[in-house]
Design a protein around this ligand. Structure first.
Ligand SMILES: [Zn+2]
Length: 272
C-alpha cells in the first residue's frame, strides 16, 4: 500500500516547504521529438536561450534571495552545456537525473530506457563529478521498466508522479520510491510555452503567479511540501522571471517557508 510520510514539523519551525526545481531540457527536449528537429535551428535556438539567458538570470535571482534549487538535467544537456551548468553546482544547487536524450520512457523499448538511465548517469558524473540522488522522467512519463530501474540504480527519490500532493511512497511491482509529486498546474510549460504546431497560451505572468500562490496558501494551511517545476527557456524570459521572484517574496511574507532542494528534503525525511 502507498502511504504518505510523517514530514512535519519542517526544520526551524517552518510551516511549509517549497522545492524550486528546473528541468534543463535545452536542445535535447526537441531533438528527442524527432530527427527533423536537427534542421529546425530557430526552435533549437529558443531552447538554447534557456542556457544563455535563462540559467544566468535564475542563478542571479536564487543567489540574491538565498534559495537553493534542484536542476534536473538530461545527460545530453550536461555534455552540451556543462560549463554553464557547472555554475549552478558551484552555487550549491542540486543536480538530478533527467534522462540522457530526454526520451519519453513510454515511447521507447526496455533497452533504450536502460540506456537513458545509464548514459545520463555517466554524463552527469563526467560533467559535474557527482552522482545524482534524484530522478525526474522526461515529460513525467514513467513505465514499469523505468520505475524498476530507479531502484536498481539506487536513486533515493523521484519527482515525476502526481498521486498525492504530499511526499509519498510510489509503489509498483514490489518496488517503492520516495516521491516528491508534481503537477501540470505547478509547471511553467503549460502556461507559457508556445509552439508553431501546438500553439499555446502565452499566459499573463500575473495569472500564473495567482495560481501558484493559491496552491501555496493551501500548502501552508496543511504544512505540506510544494514542488514548482520550471524550464530556464520559459521562466527565464525577462517578463517572466519576476513570477519566481514574486512567488518567493510572497511566500516569505505569508509564513516561515523552508525553501529546500529535493535532496535536503529527503535528508529531512530520513530517506536515503
Ligand atoms: Zn524535461
Amino acid at each position: 500500500m502507498s502511504g504518505t510520510l510523517a514530514f512535519s514539523p519542517w526544520p526551524n519551525g517552518a510551516s511549509a516547504a517549497v522545492a524550486i526545481t528546473f528541468d534543463v531540457d535545452a536542445e535535447a527536449g526537441w531533438l528527442a521529438e524527432g530527427e527533423e528537429y536537427r534542421r529546425r535551428l530557430t526552435t533549437l535556438s529558443e531552447a538554447r536561450f534557456g542556457i544563455t539567458r535563462g540559467v544566468p538570470r535564475i542563478l542571479e535571482l536564487l543567489g540574491a534571495l538565498d534559495v537553493p534549487a534542484t536542476f534536473y538535467v538530461p545527460g545530453e544537456t550536461a555534455e552540451r552545456h556543462g560549463a554553464a551548468l557547472l555554475a549552478a553546482v558551484e552555487a550549491g544547487h542540486e543536480v538530478g537525473h533527467h534522462g540522457h536524450r530526454h526520451l519519453r520512457s513510454d515511447k521507447v523499448g526496455a533497452a533504450a530506457q536502460r540506456e537513458e538511465i545509464e548514459r545520463g548517469l555517466e554524463a552527469l558524473e563526467r560533467t559535474f563529478g557527482l552522482r545524482p540522488r534524484g530522478y525526474r522522467s522526461a515529460s513525467w512519463e514513467i513505465t514499469p521498466e523505468t520505475f524498476s530501474l530507479l531502484g536498481e540504480f539506487g536513486f533515493d527519490y523521484d519527482s515525476s508522479f502526481m498521486g498525492d500532493d504530499r511526499p509519498y511512497w510510489e509503489e509498483h511491482d514490489g518496488n517503492r520510491m520516495l516521491e516528491f509529486p508534481v503537477h501540470w498546474s505547478l509547471d511553467d510549460w503549460p502556461y507559457f510555452a508556445w509552439s508553431i504546431e501546438a500553439g499555446g497560451n502565452l499566459a499573463p505572468p500575473a495569472a500564473v503567479l495567482d495560481v501558484w500562490l493559491r496552491e501555496l496558501d493551501s500548502v501552508i494551511e496543511d504544512g505540506r511540501l510544494m514542488t514548482l517545476t520550471m524550464h530556464p527557456e520559459v521562466i527565464g524570459r525577462g517578463h517572466r522571471i519576476g513570477v519566481l521572484a514574486s512567488f518567493i517574496a510572497a511566500a516569505r511574507e505569508r509564513a516561515q517557508v523552508w525553501f529546500a532542494s529535493h535532496g535536503q528534503i529527503a535528508d529531512h525525511l530520513g530517506v536515503r
